[in-house]
Design a protein around this ligand. Structure first.
Ligand SMILES: Cc1cc2nc3c(=O)[nH]c(=O)nc-3n(C[C@H](O)[C@H](O)[C@H](O)COP(=O)(O)O)c2cc1C
Length: 363
């Protein structure tokens, strides 16, 4: 679904070299970024089946909620043997809770544990977790060190560039985290103050790459096309990239990136049938794991992207927007397959994922 830019840069040689997070070998340098409400096991498996994916991460899970055995946190952290390598992302600021939650994550199948230090949302920040930790270097490093010591899998940290433009703490923090044994950092190239506004500061990500010794730095933010990916590698020197919203509108982007890395060409565009197949795999994955009601409700918010990519007749996409049953889904999909697309299939398009907006202290 990605538009082929007129001239796509050659892939950097780095992409042909294997990447390890600590001792964990990864199949590619192209990761799926955690997105609360979207990166379900069903979605991860559907995207993984398309190829090219290096690492997935779950939605963020509250460490205390894990220890309190809240069913919702177990749902968020759900995985299966086919879902490897995968990282469970935890957040919190109480060291003992984070240590125990990390151990639980490993027992639950995580091949790495990711600590959230990027979340700007008030609920997370007020509790001392997410991007609040970026303002307290000593406490943040002690927390990371404790988590690293508590598990025998690689530990990563996902963070923003800093709290605001005057406090770009990510380079110094990344260096401290590396010194206490962190296997990698994922950097969303915005500050907490920016929220999701403005552009991604690739110079800021490069400053993190330059601050660390050997630890891989994973660049994140606004990668929607292969040209964006090429730019992120070229301008930051990052070891890998992490893609969030771009994967919702184009779940084939990892396969295209892998093809580009191997041959210099993104390979064929996904066909109509392939686009339908990934939608079906996603829906049925949700159905099998969450039951009909939840699957239908979750799919209502996803259907706009699939409809945009598949171009069914309006009357058929409306049946899915108000999806009420699995039977209706299957029947509608068969009609869509039989009718074919109503207009040429699009290349890249902007995924309009709702993100918090307005004054950031109100999020
Ligand atoms: C709806 C939504 C939910 C998100 N949830 C999480 C999360 O649970 N943990 C996290 O570290 N980042 C989360 N993020 C941030 C993304 O992982 C990513 O850093 C950000 O969207 C920028 O990358 P992108 O432009 O590729 O989407 C979320 C982003 C969105 C849009």
């Amino acid at each position: 679904m990605t538009d082929r830019p007129p001239v796509l840069a050659s892939p950097p040689d780095l992409l042909r070299e294997p990447l390890h997070l600590g001792s964990l070998p990864l199949p590619s340098r192209f990761f799926l970024a955690p997105m609360a409400g979207y990166t379900s096991l069903a979605f991860r498996l559907a995207v993984r089946a398309l190829g090219g994916l290096g690492l997935v991460t779950t939605d963020l899970v509250n460490a205390r909620a894990i220890l309190e055995r809240r069913p919702r946190s177990f749902e968020l952290a759900e995985t299966c043997p086919e879902d490897r390598p995968m990282s469970i992302q935890i957040y919190g600021h109480v060291i003992e809770e984070m240590r125990q939650a990390a151990r639980w994550a490993v027992d639950n199948g995580a091949t790495s544990v990711d600590i959230n230090m990027g979340c700007p949302v008030n609920k997370v920040v007020k509790s001392g977790g997410g991007s609040a930790l970026m303002c307290q270097a000593t406490a943040a490093t002690a927390l990371v060190a404790a988590v690293v010591d508590s598990v025998n899998v690689p530990v990563t940290v996902k963070m923003r560039l800093g709290w605001d433009d005057q406090n770009l703490s990510a380079p110094a923090l990344a260096r401290s985290f590396e010194q206490v044994g962190t296997a990698g950092v994922i950097i969303h190239g915005r500050t907490r103050e920016q929220g999701f506004k403005g552009g991604v500061n690739r110079d800021g990500i490069r400053a993190v790459v330059e601050a660390v010794d050997k630890m891989p730095v994973i660049g994140n933010g606004d990668i929607r096309t292969l040209a964006d990916a090429a730019g992120m590698f070229a301008e930051t020197g990052c070891a890998a990239i992490s893609i969030g919203r771009g994967a919702l509108s184009n779940p084939f982007i990892y396969r295209q990136l892998a093809c580009w890395a191997a041959t210099g060409d993104p390979g064929p565009e996904p066909t109509f049938e392939e686009r339908i197949d990934v939608m079906v795999a996603h829906f049925h994955g949700l159905l099998d794991r969450r039951g009909e009601r939840t699957a239908c409700l979750q799919f209502r918010k996803l259907i706009k992207w699939y409809s945009h990519a598949i171009r069914p007749a309006k009357v058929l996409s409306h049946r899915l927007i108000n999806l009420a049953s699995a039977k209706l889904f299957d029947e509608t999909v068969e009609l869509i397959r039989a009718e074919g697309p109503t207009s040429p299939l699009p290349g890249h398009f902007e995924p309009r994922v709702p993100v918090p907006s307005g004054p950031i202290d109100k999020w």
